[in-house]
Design a protein around this ligand. Sequence first.
Ligand code: FMN
Length: 140
Amino acid sequence: MQRLLYISTARTTVTQDMIDDILRVSRRNNAAAGITGLLVVGGKRFLQVLEGTDLAIAQTFDRIQRDPRHFAMVNLARQSITERSFGDWAMGYHTGGTTTSDDPSTMVAALIAPIEDATLRGYFSGFADLHMATKPAKAA
Ligand SMILES: Cc1cc2nc3c(=O)[nH]c(=O)nc-3n(C[C@H](O)[C@H](O)[C@H](O)COP(=O)(O)O)c2cc1C
């Protein structure tokens, strides 16, 4: 199994109708494909984690990447997993916070800030740290 985490930016203002549509289609398709995960939406930014078999992830992510409703995808993590972290959700949803920063780590931090569940928040801040750690060190 694989877990994938990315952030992306909506092309237009994100309406509740758009979110409802994404969640409805995602939950239907993901339940059928054995995909679980979480979508966090803050302002025009999407943060999504997907987990499932390598094939299901590849097929689903291919569709998501081609979706004209968003662009500027940044992959934050792709890992082999033996256990799911989001096994209860065909696609969970959280309203996220916003920031004007374009820095992926700052974006992740802002998106997850309103999440009340500290364990869940900690899970994502781990990814933000991981991403920062993989960036080349800035010159002093
Ligand atoms: C931010 C975002 C997240 C999405 N997440 C999923 C998802 O988890 N699963 C999924 O099947 N489609 C997801 N979609 C929708 C796909 O891009 C695509 O529209 C959909 O899979 C097409 O399904 P259909 O062929 O059954 O209509 C997402 C779209 C966006 C913009």
